[in-house]
Design a protein around this ligand. Sequence first.
Ligand SMILES: NC(=O)c1ccc[n+]([C@@H]2O[C@H](COP(=O)([O-])OP(=O)(O)OC[C@H]3O[C@@H](n4cnc5c(N)ncnc54)[C@H](O)[C@@H]3O)[C@@H](O)[C@H]2O)c1
Ligand SMILES: [Zn+2]
Length: 378
Amino acid sequence: MQRVRLRLRARRQEYEIITGQGTLRIVGEVARQKLGPHARRAVLISNPKVFKLYGERAAKSLAGAGFDVPHWLMPDGERHKSFRTLERALSFFAESRLERTDAVVALGGGVVGDLAGFAAALYLRGISFIQVPTTLLAQIDSSVGGKTAVNYAHAKNIVGAFHQPSVVLIDTETLSTLPRRELTAGFCECVKQGAAGDVRLFRQTVKFLEEQWKGARLQPSDNLEKLISAQVAFKAAIVAGDEREDATRRDHRSRRILNFGHTTAHALEAATDYKHFRHGEAVGYGMLVAGEISKGLGMLSRSELESLRAAVGLCGRLPRTGHVNTSQLAQHLARDKKAVGGHVQWVLLERLGRARLVDEREIAPQLLSASLLSVLKA
Ligand SMILES: NC(=O)c1ccc[n+]([C@@H]2O[C@H](COP(=O)([O-])OP(=O)(O)OC[C@H]3O[C@@H](n4cnc5c(N)ncnc54)[C@H](O)[C@@H]3O)[C@@H](O)[C@H]2O)c1
Ligand SMILES: [Zn+2]
């Protein structure tokens, strides 16, 4: 079992992220330890698919630690990360008469975690919340750092809150049932974290992909546990230094570097109506576009760009992009929600493991379109 501690100095708050094989069986014990003796109820939020696979294990463990465990299942899928679902979750809390000392346990991928976390942030102005992420993306990225949200008015994550969990409990065994595409998407985000901020993490990720990932199912192993924990430690360190993603920061440790690959990814997802790519797959392409631009600006060497390409390739096959309408894509690019003062801020690479924020006005339109074409129409 690996433990990482995330310290939020400004709030004098800290929490643990625990990674191991079979940790679902200790979720009750851990929850009791973190929530204290007064917590009576732990509402389990999940979706039917995940609950069927892992709900009983989690519920049994929580009940064994003395919790009353009502559960509420949201429908599966990104489109249900909505106000409507949020309202239904809050109604369930009210009907179950949840109290301030009770807690919400999110069992599932990033969709469940983001929605359950936001509901926990709102109910009684904030009750405790435990993340039990079951996708690779949720384990290494979305469950750590306290961002919670729903989608609204065709914009992703546009309404939300910072609400940090009391603990994050990662069971690597849950990844054995995750479909191949979800794994590929999660590995793209692993490559992203290493490329944007930690070259050793980048190398560890590549080594894992070369040696342990055969592009099919993922079996639990010590190396997988170590990789996930290293990814979590990286994310925790970035969040600890910039919890709220300060929009005025432009340095290479800003939380914004985690958006490496995301400017193009968001545009690709929007231009294809969120139906064609898993988010992480779009990030795979987005990193390559950002890499091309970085090289075009004389920042990233050819060989480093090659290493980035190879790493993305190791994550698995990405959906084709030949049909993507590039003029639509350009329109979506101009509307990136992370824009500051109306200008899109690109996260580019000076080298592997070191990002630089670059205002779109520093990128010639020809370089942008050539980079998009070379990656998406190759
Ligand atoms: N809060 C943050 O900081 C943050 C960061 C990144 C992404 N996100 C959000 O995360 C969401 C994406 O999360 P995701 O990629 O986990 O998608 P997801 O939650 O939709 O899960 C993907 C699919 O895998 C299924 N699944 C989950 N666990 C499984 C398991 N162990 N075995 C088999 N199937 C399983 C789910 O039911 C779903 O069908 C997006 O909404 C995104 O905005 C949030
Ligand atoms: Zn992402």
